[in-house]
Design a protein around this ligand. Structure first.
Ligand code: AQP
Length: 343
């Protein structure tokens, strides 16, 4: 079966969105919407794999929705919705729980990082998270998924699950006339200079919503003064910027700031170094802060406006959920027929 090109991606409503989410994912979502039909999902089922205060979860769901729209995602042309509204995600995830192998999930580094030392106390949902992510994507037979570098392993697992399902049910699929399998081999789209934005306080750690230090990240809701202050305080080294990429080796904090600058300016790290090579951080940081403010201020202003209009955000999710369910419903019905469920 030739698969219609379709994009799916999601963001968890687990706190305040940051520059990493924006450059690594949301801005890429916007870039893809002119070339493909896209579904962009607020993945609230994923969020509860770790404890979420219910009031905060609802607030964060609208916050992510507002960020999608403020960044430029067109919710008329594309589908913006929240995961818990479309039951196909949870239903297909159960089937995938029975396709994926324990050994595959045991290798997932994100589970190891998030569960930490207290694995026995982690939720079963956190362990099975990648199966739900595979279901998110394959419920729409999505062919492309723009994500940050941290999701690469989960995308590989999605392909393994699709392949095993297609293989295990090959005979049944052939009987039904689907000789090429029911699921595509989804392509991860991990591109640009900011696929892994690092913490401003530690060049070895990913910028993350759950980092206890607010100074480690630039939030999409930070005002200009806060952004400038966080960039000024960002950890660096005493050397000037090199003029060539090779000079960033072994300098993770410098590499990170150059990558952020390049992504914000929509250029390459090489071009940034060609312009700023030889500069001290005392000169580079103010330029970076100005650039970050100029890119984020319009998003910030529009987010605030949208967050004041809860009814509009809820209407967008309502409309998107119905349109998403209309795509996933027939695909899930096919999956159930293949598996042998009656009815
Ligand atoms: N630091 C990052 N650099 C580039 N891309 C990133 N993404 C996340 N952090 C970075 C990408 O953003 C999308 C949404 O991520 P998510 O919210 O679903 O989950 P996450 O990857 O676990 O993000 P956080 O910020 O680290 O959240 P918490 O702290 O809640 O776990 C994904 O495409 C992701 O790759």
């Amino acid at each position: 079966m030739p698969f219609t090109p379709r994009v799916f991606s999601g963001v968890q409503p687990t706190g305040s969105l940051h520059l990493g989410n924006y450059l690594g994912a949301i801005r890429r979502f916007v870039a893809m919407q002119d070339s493909y039909p896209c579904l962009y999902c607020v993945v609230d089922l994923h969020a509860i794999t770790v404890w979420q205060d219910p009031t905060e979860l609802a607030k964060a769901t609208r916050h992510v929705t507002a960020a999608f729209l403020a960044a430029g995602i067109d919710a008329e042309k594309n589908i913006v919705f929240n995961q818990s509204r479309v039951s196909a995600h949870a239903e297909l995830a159960w089937i995938f729980n029975c396709v994926a192998r324990m050994g595959w999930l045991n290798r997932m580094t994100q589970f190891k990082e998030k569960a930490g030392k207290d694995r026995e106390n982690a939720s079963v949902g956190l362990f099975a998270y990648p199966n739900l992510m595979a279901a998110d994507i394959l419920a729409y037979q999505a062919t492309h998924v723009p994500v940050g570098e941290d999701q690469k392993q989960h995308l590989e697992l999605t392909r393994d699950i699709a392949q095993k399902f297609n293989f295990d049910y090959a005979e049944r699929l052939a009987e039904l006339g689907w000789t090429d399998g029911l699921f595509p081999m989804t392509e991860p789209i991990i591109q640009g200079p900011a696929t892994r934005v690092m913490s401003l306080r530690d060049g070895a750690k990913k910028m993350s919503k759950s980092d206890v230090s607010d100074n480690s990240r630039i939030n999409l809701t930070d005002d200009a003064d806060t952004i400038a202050q966080k960039v000024r305080k960002a950890k660096t080294d005493p050397e000037p910027l090199p003029s060539e990429l090779k000079g960033l080796e072994g300098r993770p904090e410098a590499d990170n700031l150059v990558g952020i600058y390049a992504a914000l300016a929509e250029t390459t790290k090489e071009a940034v170094l060609a312009e700023h090579g030889g500069a001290m951080f005392s000169a580079f940081k103010p330029a970076l802060a100005d650039l970050a403010v100029s890119v984020l201020a319009p998003v910030n202003t529009e987010m605030r406006r949208l967050l004041d209009d809860e009814a509009h955000l809820d209407a967008v999710l309502d409309n998107g959920s119905q349109r998403a369910a209309a795509i996933a419903g027939p695909i899930l019905a096919d999956v159930k027929r293949v598996v042998g469920f009656v009815g």
